[in-house]
Design a protein around this ligand. Structure first.
Ligand code: HGY
Ligand code: MN
Ligand code: MN
Length: 420
């Protein structure tokens, strides 16, 4: 199929079939009373989700490989051999996950392939749909771990030793759930990579736009901070004699908000996890452990945010007579996607009659890792009220259908024979 064929004959996906796939997967780890699901990476719920998707891949007759960090790639043969045009995302979720984050990109890939099979279309190049291990990073940091290893950005051995928030290691959990595959790392380099994903923010909905042509991903800085003070009696210890890590953690959380507001949009700062020990009403804490997530599209401003936060932490802890330890959990610079594929996403959306807007991604994605090895871009669909990492996450069927058809069209164009 050449470019012109695609414009006129590209089939459309079956939205009811896609919605059914999304519902089937969301039923695994379903969060009672909501549309959302919880499938933290490498848990039993993640295994069950993986098994469901791998079975669907095999039902479509795709050749499925599982690599040594548990990434799964399913390939549809093309008219020729060679590197596939790949789509995909992740199917692990945060603990309060929605049914679209990650899952949409993987299941829309299966839907696209089934649509082509039904139409009897075999692209010039092979197509592949992948899901990558531990994209969320909520249990095992950093996020995008599987795709980072897939592109050779982290040594496999280093990744397998990573200890999660519950003390388990990546390697042990991969083995336990049976997804310590044999396919080599780094994985095959795709001809190109396209990821369909819900925006997870308010922009598209606020502007009444159906499709996002994603230009890149902002920089991400995650660290875990441990503050050690002196456990003491809440009633008998005068304020001037306290060494209270709980106070230091709370002050830092408050400072993070002030810092982001001072630096201005798009700087964001989040203290998402705080644990006190012994975490009792009448005990001045002995220890506080908390995480800081800083992000910006500008690497220099992100570094300024990191510097200012570190200064505040050190000054506050010293004044409180506490000691601190920090551990970097994730650090990725901003990524720009391939301008030609961004333009192709924009053109495909327009040709399909949808409104489209170029925009950066606030969230991290596997695409930012694949961009290291092949031409890559993303397609966004709107999120209702901009909500995500929340079981109330929602995107309308019409928007899902639009996004999936744009992704299919982009893939067909990329999989066509290069014009001679
Ligand atoms: O943290 C993120 O941006 C992504 O959800 N892993
Ligand atoms: Mn995601
Ligand atoms: Mn996510």
């Amino acid at each position: 199929m050449t470019g012109t064929d695609i414009t006129t004959t590209a089939p459309r996906i079956d939205i009811d079939r896609l919605l059914a796939r999304l519902a089937d997967l969301a039923a695994i780890g379903a969060i009672d009373g909501t549309e959302g699901c919880a499938r933290l990476a490498l848990t039993d719920e993640d295994r069950a989700g993986r098994d469901l998707v791998v079975a669907a891949m095999r039902d479509l007759g795709l050749s499925v490989t599982i690599d040594r960090i548990g990434n799964v790639v399913a390939t549809m043969a093309g008219q020729t051999d060679g590197p596939p045009v790949m789509c995909g995302s992740h199917i692990d979720t945060v603990r309060t996950g929605g049914r679209y984050d990650g899952n949409l990109g993987v299941l829309a890939g299966l839907e696209a392939i089934e649509t082509l099979q039904t139409a009897g279309i075999t692209p010039y190049r092979p197509l592949a749909v992948a899901f990558f291990t531990d994209e969320e990073g909520a249990r095992f940091a950093p996020d995008m771990l599987g795709s980072l290893v897939y592109v050779g950005g982290m040594a496999l051995e280093q990744a397998l030793e990573i200890e999660g928030i519950d003390g388990a290691t990546v390697g042990d959990e991969l083995q336990r759930i049976g997804y310590d595959g044999a396919a080599p790392i780094p994985g095959i380099t795709p001809h190109a990579f396209v990821e369909l994903h819900v925006e997870q923010g308010p922009v598209l909905e606020a502007e009444g736009i159906t499709v996002g042509a994603v230009t890149g991903v902002q920089g991400i800085s995650w660290q875990e901070v441990t503050v050690v003070g002196q456990s003491n009696h809440a009633g008998t210890t005068p304020m001037n004699l306290r060494h209270d890590p709980g106070y230091v953690a709370a002050a830092c959380a408050s400072f993070a908000r002030e810092l982001a507001l001072d630096l201005g949009h798009p700087q964001v700062a989040t203290v998402g996890r705080i644990e006190l020990h012994p975490n009792l009403v009448n005990v001045v804490a002995a220890k506080a452990t908390f995480t800081v997530d800083l992000r910006n599209t500008d690497e220099n401003i992100l570094q300024e945010a990191e510097r200012r936060f570190a200064e505040f932490l050190a000054t506050t802890a010293e004044a409180e007579g506490c000691t601190i330890e920090t551990q970097e959990l994730a650090r990725f610079e901003p990524v720009q996607f391939d301008p030609d594929i961004v333009a192709l996403v924009e053109r495909s959306a327009t040709e399909l009659g949808h409104t489209v807007k170029r925009m950066p991604s606030g969230a991290g994605h596997d695409a930012q890792m694949l961009a290291r090895v092949c031409p890559t871009a993303m397609v966004f669909t709107p999120s209702r009220d901009g909500i995500s990492h929340n079981p109330a996450e929602y995107t309308s069927p019409a928007d899902l259908e639009a996004g999936a058809n744009v992704m299919l069209r982009v893939m067909l164009e990329l999989a066509a024979e290069d014009p001679s």
